[in-house]
Ligand binder design. Structure first.
Ligand code: ADP
Ligand code: ADP
Ligand code: ZN
Length: 217
């Protein structure tokens, strides 16, 4: 299965992606995680991306298209993949289609996780991350020990772009640049919209119901 997770910042894409990756053995490709790794390693891509990301702006399309083209050409994607955070613009979606067509592949489903702004702000402002990749929410998905990762005991931190000014900007950027992808994929008849207002396991049940249909094909 070749799947895209679509949704505003804070909708729960990363959270659901981890569960889908485990359940369906699909590689989870998060462009946000890839960019943050490049920032941590001080690569030239990381240096270019950093200022856009901390302001809550999108990193330019050409950089993302290069990253995703390279990532999708790797062997672990040949039997399926799960994209989280890409595409975020129409040109990125067009590029994705081209990359897949060139390798005789196509998208099976675009799962659109729908959540209202008030809930998104609560989710983003309570999000805490660990360097090991784990993510938590101080109220909705708290670690066992305050500010300490359950998995590796690392100290949790808040992303720069989960602070109020950047959150506001990310929601504006989403509406302007990413939301049009809903219509884009609706027209291609592969969009499936989920009620993202439920709890984490409730949403995953809905995801499984949808993906079961594709497994049968
Ligand atoms: P969230 O999970 O909260 O939606 P991500 O971790 O996916 O955030 O992305 C964080 C930031 O990384 C974005 O605000 C943007 O600056 C950059 N980014 C990630 N993916 C893309 C993309 N496909 N196109 C442009 N910028 C991206
Ligand atoms: P995204 O990748 O779409 O930006 P995340 O998966 O990182 O979103 O989730 C954003 C925050 O909301 C995290 O702190 C996460 O623990 C929390 N969260 C995720 N799904 C839910 C949910 N269904 N209900 C409440 N909180 C959630
Ligand atoms: Zn950890």
């Amino acid at each position: 299965m070749n799947i895209v997770l679509l949704g505003p910042p804070g909708a729960g894409k990363g959270t659901q992606a981890k569960k889908i990756q485990e359940y369906y053995s699909l590689p989870h490709i998060s462009t946000g995680d890839m960019l943050r790794e490049n920032i941590n390693n001080n690569t030239s891509l990381g240096v270019k991306a950093k200022s856009y990301m901390s302001r809550g702006e999108l990193v330019p399309d050409e950089l993302l298209i290069t990253i995703i083209k390279d990532r999708l050409s790797r062997k672990d994607c040949s039997a399926g993949f799960l994209l989280d955070g890409y595409p975020r613009t129409i040109p990125q979606a067009d590029a994705l289609q081209m990359i897949l067509t060139e390798s005789s592949r196509k998208l099976d489903a675009v799962l659109n996780i729908s959540v209202n702004d008030e809930e998104l702000i609560k989710r983003l402002s309570g999000r805490r991350m660990c360097a090991c990749g784990a993510s938590y929410h101080m109220v909705f998905n708290p670690p066992k020990d305050d500010e300490i990762c359950d998995l590796c005991k690392g100290k949790l931190y808040q992303r720069d772009d989960d602070k109020p000014d950047a959150i506001r900007n990310r929601l504006i950027v989403y509406k302007k640049q990413t939301k049009p992808l809903i219509e884009y994929y609706k027209k291609k008849s592969i969009l499936r919209t989920l009620n993202g207002g439920k709890d984490i396991s409730g949403i995953f049940e809905e995801v499984k119901q949808i993906l079961e249909e594709y497994e049968k094909l």
